[in-house]
Design a protein around this ligand. Structure first.
Ligand code: FES
Length: 69
């Protein structure tokens, strides 16, 4: 089974230290490309130069991307 999910975030959601018992900031992946779900591992960096209004498909293993219509 597979599914396609459209995400528009190009960076993580930061959970402030004051919101969690450990007192250390957490960065939750919002781009969908992390290999350490649910935590950001920096894999969002290739999304930073995406063109507004365009849609891209990323290869999960290599993070290579292509534009899709
Ligand atoms: S937000 Fe997804 S890897 Fe950083």
């Amino acid at each position: 089974m597979a599914r396609i999910v459209k995400l528009e975030a190009t960076g993580p959601v930061k959970i402030e230290p004051s919101e969690i018992p450990e007192g250390k900031a957490l960065f939750i992946c919002a781009c969908g490309l992390t290999k350490k779900f649910p935590f950001c591992d920096g894999s969002h960096k290739p999304t930073r130069d995406e063109e507004p209004g365009c849609c891209y498909r990323y290869d999960a293993a290599t993070l290579a991307r292509e534009k899709v219509d």
